[in-house]
Design a protein around this ligand. Structure first.
Ligand SMILES: CC(C)(COP(=O)(O)OP(=O)(O)OC[C@H]1O[C@@H](n2cnc3c(N)ncnc32)[C@H](O)[C@@H]1OP(=O)(O)O)[C@@H](O)C(=O)NCCC(=O)NCCS
Length: 138
């Protein structure tokens, strides 16, 4: 049975492997640092999905008091299209909603056609905006 729970430190290796398999790790990203920062800020919004205690999915969210944001949504390739991605998003949405978060945003590359199709299926709509960012330290 698919179960969703909060990330625990013992999950680190499995989650890093999942993200790598799901191509969420790029040359200029530092997923381990991302995990450690998340454990310091709203760790309860970092979820994993398991099948027989094996990690097959993840999702990370945050609420800054204005918007919620979604990151690192992943379902192991062999378990995709079983509703697990939808379930992780729904679980995070419930937590955010309980906290009064009015809107959930996310960033997805326009090249990631399948993820865009997935999010649109879940009711997300495209915003006509440019995503901008800068590093605060290296
Ligand atoms: C995107 C991802 C998380 C979706 O997870 P998933 O468990 O396969 O998705 P679900 O089975 O919950 O699908 C939910 C709905 O989206 C639809 N959907 C999922 N993938 C789709 C695709 N590639 N094209 C069209 N529809 C899709 C499903 O058919 C389903 O619709 P339904 O409920 O009406 O039947 C998964 O494909 C993934 O891990 N991709 C690689 C990592 C990634 O790109 N993450 C997003 C980074 S922004």
């Amino acid at each position: 049975m698919f179960e969703i729970r909060a990330y625990q430190p013992k999950d680190e290796t499995a989650v890093l492997a999942l993200w790598t398999r799901c191509q969420l790790v790029s040359a200029d990203s530092n997923p381990l640092a991302d995990i450690h920062r998340k454990l310091a800020v709203q760790p309860e919004l970092f979820l994993v999905g398991t099948l027989d205690s094996v990690i097959v999915a993840s999702g990370m969210a945050g609420y800054d008091g204005h918007r919620g944001y979604l990151y690192y949504l992943a379902v192991a390739p062999e378990h995709q299209r079983n509703g697990y991605g939808r379930a992780i998003v729904a679980h995070l949405q419930d937590i955010l909603h309980e906290r009064g978060c009015p809107k959930l945003n996310l960033f997805v590359s326009t090249d990631n056609v399948s993820a865009c199709a997935f999010y649109e299926r879940l009711g997300f709509t495209r915003n006509d905006m440019v995503s901008m960012g800068r590093h605060l330290y290296s």
